[in-house]
Design a protein around this ligand. Sequence first.
Ligand SMILES: [Zn+2]
Ligand SMILES: [Zn+2]
Length: 347
Amino acid sequence: MKAAVVAGAKNIEVQDIKKPVSDGKNVIIKTQTVGICGGDIHVWELGDTPTYKGTIMGHEHAGVVVDPGARTDLKAGDRVTTIPVSVGCGVCPACLEHRFDECPNRISGMGLSAAGLPGSYAEYFEADPSLVRKIPDGMTNEEAAMIEPCATPYSVVQDLGIKRGDKVLVFGGGIIGSFSAQWSKYFGADYVAMVEVNEFRGKKNLDDGNIDELFDGKDPELLKKLLKATGGKGFDYVLECTGHGEPLNMAMMASRMYARIAIIGVSVKPVPFNNIVALFKRARLQAYLGYTNAQFDEVMNLIAAKKFDVSRHYSGDCSLENLNTVFEELHSPTSHKVKMMIQFPRD
Ligand SMILES: [Zn+2]
Ligand SMILES: [Zn+2]
């Protein structure tokens, strides 16, 4: 079968590899639609390192069952998606105390590194039966592929307890920042502001109604304007979705005392941290990664019930063959694309 393999730095190659076969347990899925994740861009950039060279990426997907393996409730042809990054079952004692990495039921993620399970940038992929979910009737492949990136911001906003009356600031208008803002609104936040340097992305969030106000990240008066927007008090919650150091420090300066600051953006390199601001603000920083299986299911149900719209973030399609070009564009700081999907031929 054809698969897109990370062959070097910024280099994905379509290779012919062996098709997965079920061991009687795993479900074999024929790929139809796969979302390109911001995390995939990091893997692609670092494609010459031992961690990533040889990775078959892809963890936001929709496809059809070829072999249901141990899942007696599934049959060939059923449309499915999978929970790709199981950081915890959500119900064991470790998970209930938010120590997801100590979960005994944890299954390693797919498509994230060369050593992990292969992902869905391939004609077929396999998944642990416990992580396969039937796509609800009426849900498109594109919506199903969007559950995964939507579930992380959902878990963050839920864990922070954002509610009516709160003032929320989001740094970054990519897919995670956009969903973070949208969930904050969903849970009733009074005022959601966003800081973006990419004018198109920022404006799209404003036009889509994810935010109340947009601030230009390059504005030298940014801090003054952010504080003014909260009547000088500072924000109750700040969600840092860029992975850069300056926004994290700006997040602490623009927040109120004892504000909760969520670190969601990814950086593979260390970032500068303004210690003294953190001290004076008694900043309560919390980093987030992933979600529980139950949260994935909750997001799926909200999208299926048309209570939460993900379609606005879908920017277009591509194929396995032109990924390097698409990744170059997504990597560009001025890109107009938010979520691109790889479409596979149907038969
Ligand atoms: Zn992702
Ligand atoms: Zn668990």
